[in-house]
Design a protein around this ligand. Structure first.
Ligand code: ACO
Length: 165
């Protein structure tokens, strides 16, 4: 099992995983238009943290780091159907937090969570209360009707991936 983070970099192996992740998102996020999923996944300002097992993608999180604002917007998050509720979603989020802090220099994540995923995001430390100053994110992330805006502060010292391995 490994956790990798790539954007559309043209490397064959990465592209195969990104396309696998696109298929998981298309199935698990039926309200999202497929063209929109493909557009963000293949957009070079987005990155995807993926869980890989036996060289196949099991799930992932696609996000856009706003480096100057020090926050990231999570666009899509899903684990393939037969691997849900086994802890992959939690480990994925921990790897994402570690990467976003240590590589991107981020302090927060924001996401529009689907109603049925609010419980998952709360378990990952997200809140419906937005404490990030509005001028750091307003105008950067787009309003989206179908979800609830949630925030997570990334701890600057916690060894996120040692906790979950
Ligand atoms: N509602 C409430 N709690 C949940 C949910 C949920 N939908 N999904 C998982 N949990 C809980 C689990 O019970 C577990 O609790 P525990 O630690 O007390 O046992 C905890 O959250 C973590 O569970 P994991 O096994 O780590 O989560 P999983 O691997 O299933 O991944 C995920 C969670 C990504 C939500 C997955 O179930 C999934 O792909 N769901 C369908 C797609 C989806 O809803 N994605 C999010 C949409 S919002 C967005 O993309 C911005």
């Amino acid at each position: 099992l490994k956790f990798v983070c790539y954007s559309n970099d043209g490397i064959d192996e990465h592209m195969v995983w990104l396309i696998g992740l696109k298929n998981i998102f298309a199935r698990q996020l039926p309200n999202m238009p497929k063209e929109y999923i493909v557009r963000l996944l293949m957009d070079r300002s987005h990155k995807s943290m993926m869980v890989i097992r036996h060289n196949l993608v099991v799930g992932g999180i696609t996000y856009r780091p706003y480096i100057s604002q020090k926050f990231g917007e999570i666009a899509f998050c899903a684990i393939t159907a037969d691997e849900q509720v086994k802890g992959y979603g939690t480990r994925l989020m921990n790897h994402l937090k570690q990467h976003a802090r240590d590589v991107d220099g981020l302090t927060h994540f924001l996401t529009y969570a689907d109603n049925n995923a609010v419980g998952y995001f709360i378990k990952q430390g997200f809140t419906k209360e937005i404490k990030l100053e509005k001028d750091r994110w307003h105008g950067y992330i787009k309003d989206y009707d179908g979800g609830i805006l949630m925030e997570c502060r990334i701890d600057q010292k916690l060894p996120y991936t040692d906790l979950s391995t």
